[in-house]
Design a protein around this ligand. Structure first.
Ligand SMILES: CC(C)(COP(=O)(O)OP(=O)(O)OC[C@H]1O[C@@H](n2cnc3c(N)ncnc32)[C@H](O)[C@@H]1OP(=O)(O)O)[C@@H](O)C(=O)NCCC(=O)NCCS
Length: 287
């Protein structure tokens, strides 16, 4: 859906744009070496990860071109759980061109595309990794705030012990004024998966409770088994990212097992229907 719109601008030729002008265009395969170099100047590991990612697909990726040179990259990934939210992905501005307004120009260009495609909200994930006592994402956080994004959730010890995950939300289309949905259903926990980019964090997977099929099963019935399983895998924490409208029974079970609610991402699944994040420290090592 959204990315078919992006394709229309493909083919724009940087060399045909007048010298001294800026534009934002979809990233193409020929841009990969330059973009990787640009990312590598910020962080080698990020460049390695980006290389793998770009080999898979360049869908939703954009570059900023200034005076015929690529000076920044950004992108968005559609969230598969919904039809109208997206996550900001690889966003970097040439190291010696920071603080010239390129990032704002580039990401606002991306947001324009997302708005046209009917995306109503963008989430942005970052961390608080420090080097020599300095938060290396401090500039990024100030930048997201400047864009209008607001911190919605901080998950302590997410990436590693002492390294939190921050999730910002940015409404980009007028919220649809529908009332919050009634608590209409339930869910069943049905497995464990690795938490994205986390060292030894796991998440409970879930599916909607189907009365015809699942009668007799309590929403949080298998929790004890999954907690044991996670502990035997040496998991640091167990998380549950669940929709508000299916959460009533699950919350009772999570509370009983000692999980605590860390926060919520507003209007995630639909306007009025948040994603709730519950967490249990699985080892004694975490704070
Ligand atoms: C974050 C980043 C993309 C911002 O790009 P940029 O082109 O330098 O940002 P802009 O010049 O458009 O800045 C827009 C506003 O953001 C804020 N901002 C950006 N960098 C900032 C900084 N270092 N300190 C404080 N505020 C900052 C300011 O409000 C700024 O407006 P102002 O200059 O008028 O005061 C760039 O710093 C970068 O590439 N960082 C390293 C990569 C990174 O951390 N990416 C995010 C990974 S999660």
């Amino acid at each position: 859906m959204i990315f078919s719109l992006f394709q229309k601008k493909r083919g724009q030729n940087d060399q045909e744009t007048p010298a001294g002008q800026r534009h934002v265009r979809p990233m193409v395969a020929g841009d990969i070496p330059h973009v990787l170099e640009l990312i590598n100047d910020h962080d080698e590991d990020d460049a390695t990860e980006a290389e793998e990612c770009f080999a898979d697909s360049l869908q939703g990726m954009f570059v900023a071109v200034d005076d015929r040179q690529i000076v920044g990259v950004t992108g968005a990934d559609a969230e598969p759980a919904t039809s109208d939210i997206a996550w900001l992905s690889w966003t970097y501005v040439e190291k010696n061109r920071q603080r010239e307004g390129i990032g704002r120009y580039l990401v606002n260009g991306l947001i324009g595309e997302l708005q046209n495609a009917g995306i109503r909200k963008v989430f942005i994930s970052t961390g608080d990794y420090t080097e020599n006592g300095e938060d290396i994402y401090a500039a990024a956080k100030a930048f997201y705030y400047d864009l209008g994004a607001r911190l919605e959730m901080k998950i302590d010890d997410y990436y590693a012990l002492g390294e939190a995950r921050y999730i910002y939300g940015l409404d980009i289309n007028e919220p649809v004024s529908t009332p919050p949905p009634a608590q209409s259903g339930d869910l069943i926990f049905c497995g464990l998966e690795e938490a994205d980019e986390s060292a030894q964090g796991v998440l409970l997977s879930w599916r909607e409770y189907i009365p015809q099929k699942d009668s007799g099963l309590a929403p949080a019935e298998q929790l004890a088994d999954y907690i044991d399983q996670a502990k035997s895998q040496n998991a640091r924490f167990i998380g549950a990212a669940i929709p508000f409208d299916l959460s009533e029974g699950a919350i009772k079970g999570l509370k009983k097992k000692g999980f605590v609610q860390v926060g919520e991402l507003k209007d995630y699944y639909a306007p009025g229907n948040s994603q709730l994040f519950w967490k249990l420290q699985a080892t004694g090592k975490a704070r």
